[in-house]
Unconditional design. Structure first.
Length: 149
């Protein structure tokens, strides 16, 4: 197994398919949790919460197909200029900071939206929500890439 480059290149279409399967599965899982917390939780509220919090991830997904990091740091003699290397490194650091801040904001939107949609207020419910969310996220990250499109 190699970690310096992906074994297969994902197309934009397959990336959107993976994301839509992931979003659909998390909607179903969280709707079941919402009904367990509050019987009056609506499917539309949960769906809206997840779609709004994931809307921020779409530019990130498009950005990954526009920027080729391996090309910027290739060692085949193309980037021998030290200043060009520093500019590429600073660009990647800025993009990374933007992406991390957008992911954190997405998580905040997701948590606040789910909390409002289900009317959870007790600490054990919040802890259970966070635990189930991270477990389902790990399961989705393991199972969904095994699907071949």
């Amino acid at each position: 197994m190699r970690f310096d480059r992906p074994e297969e290149v994902l197309t934009l279409k397959s990336s959107f398919l993976y994301c839509s399967i992931s979003i659909t599965s998390i909607i179903l899982i969280l709707y079941l949790i919402a009904v367990a917390f509050n019987r009056r939780s609506r499917f539309l509220d949960i769906t809206n919460t997840i779609l709004v919090s994931n809307a921020i991830n779409i530019p990130i997904l498009l950005l990954t197909h526009l920027i080729d990091v391996n090309k910027a740091f290739s060692s085949d003699g193309v980037n021998e200029n030290f200043y060009q290397y520093i500019i590429n490194l600073l660009f990647i650091i800025v993009i990374t900071a933007i992406v991390i801040s957008l992911v954190i904001y997405s998580i905040v939107l997701f948590f606040n939206g789910f909390k409002t949609a289900t009317n959870i207020k007790k600490l054990p419910q919040i802890i259970l929500f966070v635990f189930i969310f991270f477990v389902s996220l790990m399961i989705c990250q393991i199972l969904i890439p095994q699907l071949k499109f």
